[in-house]
Design a binder for this molecule. Sequence first.
Ligand code: UDP
Length: 239
Amino acid sequence: DMFGVPLARIDMDAALARVDQFVEERSPHMVVTSDTPSIVRAHDDSEYQELVRGADMVTADGRGVVWMARVLGLPVAERVSGVDLVARICERAADKGYAVFLLGALPGVAEEAARSLVSRCPELRVVGTHHGYFTAEEEPEVVRRIAEAKPDVLFVGLGAPRQEKWIRRHMEALQVPVAIGVGGTLDVLAGRAKRAPEWMQRAGLEWLYRLLREPSRLPRMWALPRLMWMTLWEALRKR
Ligand code: UDP
């Protein structure tokens, strides 16, 4: 439990095994990939914390989160990021015949992301896509389309915390076995946003890369020094 966020003690393989289990169970499940800003948000915003605590699996999305969890003595196994999780779930889905639905990002992006996923996994069944800029009036129609498409896995890229709130609000109506908030992953898959080079990811500098490409992300980057400070303070307090 990292500042109210119940991070699962799992690596990617274990996360995929849980997804299989959720699909087999058929009832709706919510998966959250929790990065630094989302942990700080959960600490500050009790409503968001409650939402995350109600999720069926919460993964540590980022090297920094894993590292700070270890400083706190929490046995998080490894980073399970949204981008990696989507790619690996789709490989698995192609193998096992799970159907997926992509919701989010600007018009056209989810379709491009679907094409990119299918070019990597030709057996993948994408049963629908929808952009993430619908109005409140259009929302019931979006929910109906997803429910009718009957996906096994729904990727929701509306940005945090909106995507988690959206999943919670509609999961009963959707009856999708696995719904996952994936942030800007659809942009990455569609080639609209680039991921940091491998060496920067390994060095835990993915956040710096994103900041340099999108300076408008600066305000949310304050979450990193804040979480580091909270972590150090908590670690010292525990001693
Ligand atoms: N987005 C959306 N609808 C909105 C606002 C945002 O579909 O009303 C999409 C946006 O186009 C982008 C994603 O949500 O694809 C947010 O990406 P970001 O990397 O900012 O996610 P975060 O890191 O905040 O979870």
